[in-house]
Design a protein around this ligand. Sequence first.
Ligand code: BGC
Length: 248
Amino acid sequence: MRVDSRTQEEKTAIMGENSKLLQTLAIDIGGSGIKVMVLDEQGNPLTDRDRLETPQPATPNAVLAAIVELAKDKEFDRVSVGYPGVVRQGITETAANISPEWIGFDLGSALTRHLGKPVRIVNDADMQGLGAVSGHGVEMVITLGTGFGSALFLNGRLVPNLEMGHHPFRKGETYEQQLGRAALDAVGKKRWNERLGKAIATLEHLFNYDMLYIGGGNTKKIELTLPANVKVVANVLGLLGGITLWKE
Ligand code: BGC
């Protein structure tokens, strides 16, 4: 694993007396894996991506223990987290694909206590979008993984916690019921791709976005010819977006 081995003195010498090169531990809590990476101030990776299987059941305590394990050999000054549900001021409010114990959990305080550093938390699709968007016009993000994530940006500003995944889509089912991992396993790649094409058309009519970005582990199953304003983005952006959280 590549790590930034410079001492704080060396970093201070590079940046000048009053500034400090801050390293950010970016964490993506997913339904199947917990991924982390250390980023420099520009958002460049300073380590490889490190991953542990999401513990089952994915209770707050079990996930916190996995995060502490992943963080223990890393040097960082602050922490960014993408959480797979609605999150407001560090409190996780929904938990569709992880343990219901997360509902109302103060993840911000718990992580600050465990890691001893300031922590900022957003929805995982929001974090993916922060890494993906160009900052121009209406940009939408969907993520295809265990769940169906969504995010919306206007000129680079996030509208937090857009939850298209649990919104009705077709045949009495939600986007997540039709396009989440369980649906892909149940109906297979061909039908899942047909559904994805319909979802893109519906979302375009609803949001009239300038660009739609599609992220998440199941993008590798996409076999559609995508419209010009739809782009598949690398999953690692779900971690790289962690730097933008500190730019305000
Ligand atoms: C959650 C979203 C999340 C998505 C992807 C959905 O079930 O409601 O908040 O972004 O899964 O993890």
